[in-house]
Design a protein around this ligand. Structure first.
Ligand code: CP
Ligand code: NVA
Length: 313
């Protein structure tokens, strides 16, 4: 059945820099819209007719770049891609000037940046919504697609056993925040010295998230209903002298078929991609019957269509 899109929500005109920019009710609304987008409930409707999203990339991307552009097209609008080589954030011109130019031409800005503070500056100086397409601190749009994927197997995430294994990076931090909204029971296993951001952790716990930190990947994986991993070397860290040491420090944290045997028999495996095969994951794991990695990549499109609809329409 083709439904009519409802009028704009409380999210209209807001920024989305972190998962906790959403209240639990707004998070629910975005995910419900994401499921509806995927079902095709809004087929043929063009709620963002004539609207433009500027996309800024300081770092490479396959999924974020493609899915935001396709999402805008499918909603009736379009996207303009701005590589940092062209616009020079903070080098060719100041970040705040870029924000005060873009807001005159476009309805929204999506940016993938090194420093989270760059997003905050864009948001401060742009009257139009700014969306975090990944920063060194957080990757919130990814978590929307992740929980859409999780809900396809486990519709009720309250108390769901979710294990994140690997580096305490932007993905781990985004998981901590989203545990507040999803009600999942989150275990984060990292090697010593690679724990997630302490401020984000404390805030999530204060807001009622059920979070356990451990250094034991097997204990985290055992009986998990969702097992999640991400690269050990994130974008921008490739040249770090410590990389070799890092790979040694992560011994035992690789997701492989033996690790997937430890999780719940109906459990699922997720990875935001790109994968560094032979490091945090092997191909047998992404192709495993428990893997939902490519559904997860597909859901980037549906979840972001939902987000754009709520922020822009
Ligand atoms: N997962 C993700 O954000 O992929 P890209 O880096 O390809 O955008
Ligand atoms: N932690 C990874 C996520 C990529 C989607 C990175 O920042 O490179």
């Amino acid at each position: 059945m083709v439904e009519t899109l409802k009028p704009a929500s409380s999210l209209k005109g807001r920024d989305f820099l972190s998962n906790l920019d959403l209240s639990p009710a707004e998070y629910r609304a975005v995910l419900e819209t994401a499921h509806a987008m995927k079902r095709g409930d809004f087929r043929g409707q063009r709620p963002l007719e004539g609207q433009t999203l500027a996309m800024i990339f300081e770092k490479p991307s396959l999924r974020t770049r493609t899915t935001f552009e396709v999402a805008m097209n499918q909603l009736g609008g379009h996207a303009v891609n701005l590589s940092n080589a062209e616009i020079g954030l903070g080098t060719r011109e100041p970040v705040h000037d870029i924000a005060m130019n873009l807001e005159r031409w476009v309805e929204g800005i999506m940016a993938r940046v090194y420093l989270h503070s760059t997003l905050e500056e864009l948001a401060q100086y742009s009257s139009k919504p700014v969306i975090n397409g990944l920063s060194d601190l957080l990757h919130p749009v990814q978590l929307l697609a992740d929980y859409q994927t999780i809900e396809e197997t486990f519709p009720n995430t309250q108390g769901l056993r979710v294990a994140y294994i690997g580096d305490g990076n932007n993905m781990a931090n985004a998981h901590l925040q989203t545990a507040v909204l999803s009600g999942a029971k989150l275990t984060v296993a990292t090697p010593r010295g690679y724990e997630p951001n302490a401020v984000i952790l404390m805030e999530a716990i204060k807001l009622g998230a059920n979070i356990t930190l451990t250094h034991d990947p097997k204990a985290a994986a055992e009986e998990a209903q969702v097992l999640y991993t991400d690269v050990w070397v994130s974008m921008g860290q490739e040249a770090e002298a410590s990389q070799k040491r890092k790979l040694k420090d992560f011994a035992g944290f690789q997701v492989n078929p033996a690790m997937l045997d430890l999780i719940d028999k109906n459990g699922i495996f997720l990875h935001c991609l790109p994968a560094h095969y032979g490091e945090e994951v092997v191909e047998e794991a992404t192709l495993h019957r428990k893997s939902r990695v490519f559904d997860q990549a597909e859901n980037r499109l549906h979840a972001q269509k939902a987000l754009l609809y709520h922020l822009l329409s």
